[in-house]
Write a protein that binds this ligand. Structure first.
Ligand code: NAD
Ligand code: MG
Ligand code: MG
Length: 330
């Protein structure tokens, strides 16, 4: 693990960092680096809504090609599926010895970006959403992160990469060294099987089971969605045994005896299959094809899922929960 003392912000002295994109990660990286004293330029398409936001935050904005030209370090923080298109616009701006960074290994691992041999290529991935990267930086802590080096033409890819990680606050929480392959495959697996796909379907199925059995949907929402955060917070702070220490003995007994009936051997086999599709590149090919086809089924699924009962019930209930801070999620 690399911490603050292992990284030197001076590695970025005299260098300009270009951040392409100003979404979840882009705004957090840009603002944290600026607050760390780094010269930052943001690359956005003219006419993008984000231009006004970035300028209001005191950042210099250029179009992506000009930003990459100005940047000695160029971080691509647009959605993964657009990396190929954006790379075509910015590749002319990466001179020999420049450092190309991404926040996720997908586009390099699956060939959407094919960098020339004479530049450095690395990955700096905070292990948290952008609003947390910004919030924790302002609070004096930092989201832990990953670093991986794909190409080291200059011999300083790691030194400059770690300086970048320090500038966004990641070395406060610790930066772990990995490879593009490991970061991408574990990230995709985690989000598909556990964090996003697995957890969303678990919530949905639990909610529907209670509602179909005639229970009040608001009760079902609290039990199957709202309380999940309270349990996950305990896991995050103390691990599984620590969480189980805090729940009742009744809940703990139900956990040991019923959990394996929900996550069955069949579920584990499905997880193995999901991992195999990631490792073979089948998932990446499917997602790239979906994008080439205009994201038609992606948009349909998004609309379908947003229209479910757990969503409408939750929207009403959350509007009464003044403590839920939505400001950082925009
Ligand atoms: P996002 O969807 O929040 O933001 C993307 C931004 O890209 C938009 O706001 C827009 O400003 C910009 N953009 C879109 N098309 C563009 C174009 N053609 N040219 C220039 N700019 C354009 O994306 P995100 O979630 O911040 O993800 C960015 C990268 O960070 C991805 O590689 C992702 O895998 C990675 N990442 C995200 C998270 C996360 O929690 N969101 C965590 C770690 C890594
Ligand atoms: Mg350049
Ligand atoms: Mg991911």
């Amino acid at each position: 693990m690399f911490y603050d003392d292992d990284a030197d912000l001076h590695a970025l002295d005299g260098k300009t960092v270009a951040i392409i994109g100003y979404g979840s990660q882009g705004h957090a990286h840009s603002l944290n680096l600026k607050d760390s004293g780094v010269d930052v330029v943001v690359g956005l398409r003219p006419g993008s809504d984000s231009v006004a936001k970035a300028e209001a935050n005191g950042l210099r904005v250029l179009d992506p090609a000009a930003a990459a030209d100005a940047g000695d370090v160029v971080m691509v923080l647009v959605p993964d599926e657009l990396h190929g298109k954006v790379w075509d616009e910015i590749k002319g701006g990466l001179e020999p010895g420049n450092l190309l960074l991404t926040g996720h290994g997908f586009s390099i691992l699956y060939g959407l970006i094919e960098p020339p041999q004479d530049i450095d290529v690395a990955l700096i991935a905070p292990k948290g959403p952008g609003h947390m990267v910004r919030r924790q930086f302002l609070e004096g802590s930092g989201v832990p992160g990953l670093i991986a080096i794909h190409q080291d033409a200059t011999g300083s890819a790691q030194r400059i990469g770690l300086a970048y990680a320090k500038g966004i606050g990641c070395t406060r929480g610790g930066v772990f060294e990995t490879t593009f392959k490991e970061e991408t495959e574990t990230d995709l697996f985690g989000e598909q099987a556990v964090l996003c796909g697995g957890a969303s379907e678990l919530v949905q199925a639990g909610f529907e089971t209670l509602v179909e059995a005639g229970y009040n949907p608001q009760m079902a929402y609290f039990e199957c969605l709202h309380e999940l955060k309270l349990i996950v917070d305990l896991m995050y702070e103390k691990g599984l045994a620590g969480m189980r220490y805090s729940i009742s003995n009744t809940a703990e007994y139900g956990d040991y005896t019923r959990g394996k009936r929900v996550i069955t051997d069949q579920t584990r086999a499905a997880m193995k299959q999901i991992l195999a599709e990631i490792q073979s590149g089948a998932f990446a090919r499917e997602w790239i094809a979906e994008n080439n086809a205009g994201q038609e089924s992606f948009r349909r699924m998004r609309a379908e899922q947003a229209g479910t009962q757990v969503e409408s019930v939750g929207k009403d209930l959350r509007s009464q929960m003044s403590w839920i801070d939505t400001a950082f999620h925009e």
